[in-house]
Ligand binder design. Structure first.
Ligand code: FAD
Length: 350
């Protein structure tokens, strides 16, 4: 049973964007079933290596195996499902997809899963495969201002590293000890609902006064978590609207909640110039286009600028196998539905 994760992509495409109904977070064959009713068997059976076990990698691996290819799936971390492990903290329905994808792999034991295998140029070359599919997720976008590596700064990739069993690089003895402890614990036990409870009750690493730099989907989701857990929350973005890339079906509800909440302040049209140990220095434009220097006090500064294309490994290995593909967020950072579809499409093309 494939349960809906309420990503609302279907609604957003059709109602907000006037696009055809072609994308679903959890069903990559949505729309495609009109092109081919059954999954076409491969004309030539190939040896396929899939790197990365997010929605793109798992769908690529399973559908390639269903077509008759021999598939090995490599994941650097101790558990499957990539960024969905983290988005499930904010959106509990996403946990359904973790359950589904994990069960899907159990039902397809012909996909050989290798956890705790970080693939690099040498290990990929050593595989001597016909096809390499890189589904390694997007790269972090740097803010590029003084103080962004400060002790009080957190990013989504620090949490992802931690969930993957790698202590993120941080400054300060206390910080290092705490991240090491959390990483060691999460290697043994992690569920998104556990993380949700921990972030609600603990004031480390997210203090009671948070400034979020980046008002896109990830920033708004994190802002909602901070708002609902009683934290003083500031959301800063250079765009005119906070929630600029949030789907139409969710945006109104999210931004109205921010406006009504006494503990949330939003700063649109605001460019950050520096992060200090006490907060964020920025320049805000008013409606007339005049700029004003402002200071947003905060104990924790979360940088949620979204991701960028991650093609370094692809560039290094693209000539190492007859077919090499870069898919999902690594190719173009987007959403779960895009990664799901990309995995399926590449599997059908080989
Ligand atoms: C905080 C946050 C909230 C989000 N919220 C939403 C949301 O509400 N709705 C939505 O639709 N989308 C959301 N997204 C985006 C969505 O999670 C991604 O678009 C999607 O997970 C991308 O899938 P992917 O398979 O391309 O990559 P990922 O999910 O990033 O998976 C990549 C995998 O590759 C592994 N990997 C990387 N390098 C190597 C290597 N060298 N060797 C082996 N393994 C490797 C990583 O460990 C990871 O498991 C959110 C993302 C974040 C970060």
């Amino acid at each position: 049973m494939r349960e809906c994760i309420v990503c609302c992509r279907c609604l957003d495409d059709v109602v907000s964007q006037g696009k055809p109904l072609n994308y679903c977070g959890v069903n990559p064959r949505f729309g495609e079933e009109l092109d081919h009713e059954a999954i076409p068997p491969a004309k030539k059976k190939k040896k396929v290596m899939v790197v990365g076990s997010g929605p793109a990698g798992i769908n690529a691996a399973v559908y390639a195996a269903m077509r008759g290819h021999t598939v090995d799936l490599y994941e650097q971390g101790p558990r499957l499902c990539g960024c969905v492990k983290m988005s499930s903290i904010f959106s509990p329905y996403h946990e359904r997809y973790i359950t589904y994808l994990t069960n899907l792999l159990k039902r397809h034991p012909e996909v050989h899963v290798h956890l705790k295998h970080k693939m690099d140029v040498n290990s990929i070359k050593a595989g001597h495969v016909d096809v390499v599919i890189l589904a390694i997720g997007g790269d972090v976008r740097d803010l590029g201002v003084p103080g962004e590596d400060g002790k009080n700064v957190i990013t989504s990739h620090m949490f992802l590293d931690m969930l993957n069993g790698d202590k993120p690089k941080v400054k300060g003895a206390f910080n290092n000890f705490m991240w090491w402890g959390a990483t060691t614990f999460l290697k043994m036990y992690y569920t998104p609902s556990f993380a949700r409870k921990a972030t609600a009750s603990m004031s480390w690493p997210i203090s009671k006064n948070v400034a979020i730099i980046g008002g896109g989907l990830a920033g708004c989701e994190f802002g909602t978590l901070c708002m609902n857990t009683g934290r003083t929350t500031s959301i800063i973005d250079s765009h005119k609207k906070i929630g600029f890339d949030v789907g139409g079906s969710e945006r109104f509800h999210m931004t109205t909640a921010f406006k009504k909440a006494p503990n949330v302040t939003t700063y649109p049209l605001t460019n950050v110039t520096e992060i200090t140990s006490d907060g964020v220095k920025a320049v805000q434009s008013d409606k007339e286009g005049n700029n004003h220097k402002i200071f947003v006090p905060a104990k924790t500064v979360a940088v949620t600028l979204g991701l960028k294309r991650n093609d370094q490994l692809y560039e290094a290995i693209k000539d190492c196998a007859p077919e090499v593909y870069l898919i999902g967020d690594a190719n173009e950072p987007h959403r779960i539905a895009d990664a799901t579809k990309a995995g399926y499409r590449v599997a059908c093309s080989i």
